[in-house]
Design a protein around this ligand. Sequence first.
Ligand SMILES: [Zn+2]
Length: 316
Amino acid sequence: MKRTGFLYDDRYRLHKTGPYHPEVPERLEAIYEGIRNGELLEKVSRITALPAELKWVHSVHTPEYAKRFEAACRARHQTLDSPDNQMCPETYEVALLAVGGILEAVRRVMAGELDNAFCAVRPPGHHAETSRAMGFCYFNNVAIAARYLQKQWGLHRVGIVDFDVHHGNGTQHIFDDEPEVYYYSIHQHPTFAYPGTGREFEYGRGAGYGFTKNSPVLPGLSDDDWMRLMERDLFPAFADFKPEFILVSAGFDGHRDDDMSDIKLSTECYSWIMRRLMAMAGEYASGRIVSVLEGGYCLKRLPELARNHVEILLNG
Ligand SMILES: [Zn+2]
């Protein structure tokens, strides 16, 4: 059995988004329940959150943006940058705790104390741009983790796999012109799909050209198409790139019971994805893989999805 970290902290529930918003604290309760009822809590190493040092936040976001976010929370603004980004006075602190917890998970994996980890955090991160909040996201959790791996641990090949049903525009843009971070995303596109980026022909820019890959999936499609595209686009690309560490933007909103998309994935498809990512991590990255929660809004399905996800991290 692997040594798997599980980042969860009750304080992640203090980020409140108001009525009628799908990104609610109950998502984390559902995930925690799934892992507890699956009798996995005894098998994982618990990681509790700690606030991130601002220098890591600033390795991705402009200091002006971080300050503006903090000030908006202090002033009790209800949104930041977009009506989607509903927040409360605690949101800034919670976002810092999310980043800090993830960096701690990554640190423990790099230090050899853990093999891998799942980070059940809020708010999510992959839509956040360097100086703009978007799509329920404030700080780009996974992008900051990639920077931390580069700067603190000297890695030169970080692979990011984003299987949330929405394109991670923020993560892609942050690493657009960099060859040392490979960003792969599979998502619904183009019809009715937020945020509208992530086309097949977006490959990155300059020195980063060829280190971005997108697999757009048409609405209504399901497991077979999703798996076929990952087989075609992700696995050969990472076989060439040979990531030293794999970061996962784990979004479960492509599930057939999730109202946030028109993609119809089964619970089993998510297990297939994770098993394949684990195999890839074993092959190229000495097993080092840290998965970070993005979307996933079906409170009925999140328990089983989280339980399976962690079980696969534990069993390889
Ligand atoms: Zn999503």
